[in-house]
Design a protein around this ligand. Structure first.
Ligand SMILES: Cc1cc2nc3c(=O)[nH]c(=O)nc-3n(C[C@H](O)[C@H](O)[C@H](O)COP(=O)(O)OP(=O)(O)OC[C@H]3O[C@@H](n4cnc5c(N)ncnc54)[C@H](O)[C@@H]3O)c2cc1C
Length: 388
């Protein structure tokens, strides 16, 4: 492991997390993939181990560690080969909890962030809507102030942890006439009257409960507004940097795991009297894949380091996701090919990996939208300023 970025403490953390996942998670993964339901006990265990609070302040039940602990958390989750399980964990810890940590006030943090870090409450982040996800500013869900409450109406879709989570962080329009300047963020309990969810069936990420959520005259206290009213859009945009880097890191990690698996397989499988790792056509393809993966990995570590130092890395995080998710799809496609017919079989890990990987260039900003953002930054010199 590169000691440019990882200390002895990081490496020990990785070892113990890997052991934990092997013992506590791997035996259940196939069941959770089949049922689409991750049992509560494992959330609690993650909380007890401190895994949800790696980047959370100590005052709110976290460990307040540098971002490379988060990178290890993400990388190791990819190695157990359930994109859905990994997504459920990181969407809770880094989508819902990031908004709570950054925009939540003290009371909101006490009520939601502490139980989240402890694994007692699960969260989700609801931005995407049925009428369009890429066009965040075009969202139609409204939050209308009535006295000391807000009344929420509208719907969200494709929400990770959208069915079984305990609370929701929701973006809604407080001033629809202001477009992207009229969006605010709220936190609300799942059991509030008027909230209902439907589970969606999907190509991959099978263990994750992706939900469509309806808000029908949902009345919440005005104190559930997070941060400043009408500042939702810049909040969302600034956290996208972390989300996109996370998805970039996930991508290099699953590609690395696929390559390790394929290398082992190729060293054991024989054809024409030799192991298939002796065929030059496969060796060169493998070398290409390894090269692409390593370049993405090193770039992702560099972006992580800069983000950890407090730099505003929107462009680089966007590039990370764009390039790494493409690389992972290509590498995993090729690794499946290395396994021949076995690659197509559910008994072998590449089938699930290929399905799960396909979400990379879609979720958290499609590759087309990422290219738009990069083009605006590098050609038009647009600056995506952080919220003030
Ligand atoms: C499994 C899963 C989990 C998800 N989890 C969450 C979650 O937890 N929370 C959440 O809020 N969202 C979540 N999403 C939603 C995800 O972020 C959106 O699906 C994504 O942003 C794309 O939005 P869309 O699906 O509405 O596609 P659309 O916006 O309808 O796009 C359709 C196509 O048009 C292209 N397109 C759109 N606009 C442009 C343009 N200007 N230029 C060029 N091409 C364009 C897109 O790239 C895409 O190819 C999840 C999605 C999935 C599938």
């Amino acid at each position: 492991m590169s000691n440019l970025y990882f200390t002895e403490e990081h490496n020990l953390f990785r070892e113990s997390l890997r052991e934990f996942l092997k013992k506590e998670v791997v035996p259940h993964i196939n069941k959770w993939e089949e049922t689409g339901y991750i049992e509560r006990f494992i959330w609690k265990k993650f909380g007890e181990m401190g895994y949800f609070g790696l980047a959370t302040p100590e005052a709110y039940g976290g460990l307040d560690l540098d971002l490379f602990y988060t990178i290890i958390f993400l990388e190791e989750l990819q190695r157990i080969n359930s994109g859905g399980f990994a997504a459920a964990m990181w969407a809770h810890a880094y989508l819902a909890m990031t908004h709570l940590n950054k925009e939540g006030n003290h009371e909101q943090k006490e009520k939601y962030l502490i139980p989240s870090a402890l694994g007692d409450a699960i969260g989700c982040l609801c931005i995407t809507e049925p009428f369009g996800g890429s066009d965040v500013a075009g969202m139609r869900t409204t939050a209308v102030r009535k006295g000391d409450t807000f009344v929420i109406n509208g719907s969200k879709t494709f929400i990770t942890n959208g069915v079984y989570s305990d609370y929701l962080v929701v973006a809604a329009k407080t001033n629809p006439e202001l477009g992207n300047k009229g969006i605010s963020i709220f936190v609300m309990d799942r059991d509030t009257d008027g909230i209902s969810a439907t589970k969606l069936d999907k190509l991959g990420w099978k263990a994750s409960d992706t939900g469509e959520i309806a808000f029908d005259n949902v009345v919440i206290p005005a104190t559930n507004l997070m941060g400043k009213e009408n500042q939702g859009f810049p909040y969302i945009m600034q956290h996208f940097a972390l989300e996109r880097l996370i998805m970039g890191v996930n991508a290099h990690a699953r590609a690395e795991y696929a390559l390790e698996y394929a290398k082992q397989y190729m060293s054991e499988r024989t054809a024409f009297g030799r192991t298939i790792d002796k065929f030059q056509a496969l060796r060169h393809t493998y070398a290409d894949c390894e090269t692409q993966m390593e370049i993405c990995k090193q770039f992702n570590y560099y972006v992580t380091k800069r983000l950890d130092m407090g730099e505003y890395v929107v462009k680089e995080a966007t590039m990370s996701k764009l390039q790494s998710t493409k690389m992972a799809d290509d590498v995993i496609y090729q690794c499946l090919q290395f396994l021949g017919g076995y690659g197509f079989m559910e008994e072998y890990p590449l089938a699930r990996m290929a399905r799960d990987s396909r979400l990379g260039p879609i979720g958290g900003g499609t590759s087309e939208i990422l290219k738009e953002i990069i083009a605006k930054m590098v050609i038009d010199n647009k600056d995506y300023k952080p919220a003030t």
